[in-house]
Design a protein around this ligand. Structure first.
Ligand code: SF4
Ligand SMILES: [Zn+2]
Ligand SMILES: [Zn+2]
Ligand SMILES: [Zn+2]
Length: 345
């Protein structure tokens, strides 16, 4: 997002889409388009995060289940077709509710390997990525707000050009080393070894640790990821060999979740910072060079060169030749991006 004063606000999802494909970053985070399907995944992830915040505040399980129902049941009925073959059937409230209940049984707050400070749950942050002003000149060139750059700059008030926005699910203290860690809840369609490896290297983890160090001034060591798979639980009448009962009875026991912990070195954080700043600049250039939808033909599509299209919201739109006529409305939803919204990954 670019504010009217020229300040560029980025979060991890923006940086990630700009890194994968100019068109993806520009379309989602510049022009504000998404698809109904992606909006469903985002909404489910958001509802899960809100319930998890109350879980960390040690609210009783019944209240958490109730809250999830209030947040999500109606939405699920309205937008997710009751069709077992549908792509998002796994995100129907009935399925996610069963997963949540089993997850709560398996993860009592008192069994966590870290201590949660209730004041450090859902910690929003906005950290400047550099000391550059929107006028392009460094902060130290400004005096009493005015920019003194060669007496030519017309800037009258220093404003950070690039700000990194986000919200940490929590800052927790690990039992094993008494160190501060960021906690992040993640929902995913498949919690495979491949996905776990993706989390290990994920820029989001580095960005959150970097931001947590900047905002707290403490040596935040790493990150806990509490990952849960939101896939369809088995519920047929076939007998499950593991539990010796029909799947309709043991289905929720097949819920998959994992608590992962990763550290970040200073070197990784410095590199994250340099890359994030470069991507934020790239985003600003994309938006200023191509301000309106008329510029679709001049925005490049690197995603097709490295497999990013498979997981991209815009794959049907791109495959249709990026139309700007009435067909556009059948493929896309105009729902401008706002920072802070959780995403399913
Ligand atoms: S479908 Fe591929 S080319 Fe189109 S925006 Fe997504 S990543 Fe880019
Ligand atoms: Zn300035
Ligand atoms: Zn200036
Ligand atoms: Zn079973």
């Amino acid at each position: 997002m670019i504010r009217p004063n020229g300040q560029v606000v980025v979060d991890n999802s923006l940086l990630r889409s700009v890194a994968s494909c100019d068109f993806r970053g520009w379309m989602r985070h510049g022009q504000g388009y998404t698809t109904r399907e992606e909006a469903i995944a985002a909404y489910a992830g958001q509802a899960w995060h809100e319930v998890m915040a109350d879980y960390l505040r040690a609210e009783p399980d019944e209240r958490l289940v109730q809250k999830f129902e209030l947040l999500y049941h109606g939405y699920s009925n309205e937008f997710i077709p009751d069709d077992p073959k549908g792509r998002w059937f796994r995100l129907r409230w009935e399925n996610v509710d069963a997963i949540l209940k089993e997850w709560l049984v398996q993860h009592p707050v008192r069994g966590l390997p870290f201590a949660v400070n209730k004041n450090l749950v859902e910690v929003g942050f906005q950290v400047p990525l550099s000391d550059e002003c929107v006028c392009g000149h460094p902060e130290k060139r400004h005096r009493h707000g005015w920019c003194q750059w060669k007496a030519k700059c017309k800037c009258q008030a220093f404003v950070h050009a690039f700000v990194f926005y986000g919200r940490l699910d929590a800052l927790v203290t690990a039992e094993h080393d008494r160190g501060l860690y960021v906690l992040d809840h993640k929902t995913t369609g498949r919690l495979t070894q491949w996905k776990i490896e993706e989390y290990r290297h994920d820029s989001q983890m580095s960005g959150y640790v970097w931001a947590a160090r900047q905002t707290t001034g403490s040596n935040v060591i790493g990150i806990y990821i509490s990952a849960v798979e939101l896939s369809s639980l088995p519920n047929s009448e076939r007998k499950c060999l593991t539990h010796g009962a029909p799947y309709s009875e043991c289905g929720s026991l097949h819920m998959k979740s994992q608590l992962l912990v990763y550290n970040r070195t200073q070197d990784q954080l410095d590199e994250w910072h340099a890359t994030a700043l470069e991507l934020a600049r790239r985003y600003r250039k994309l938006c200023t060079d191509s301000p309106t939808l008329d510029h679709v033909p001049q925005v490049r599509t690197q995603g097709t060169f490295h497999g990013a299209c498979i997981f991209c919201d815009f794959k049907d739109y791109c495959a249709a030749g990026r139309p700007q006529d009435s067909t556009m409305g059948t493929l896309l939803l105009h729902e401008p991006w706002v920072p802070f919204v959780a995403e399913e990954k």
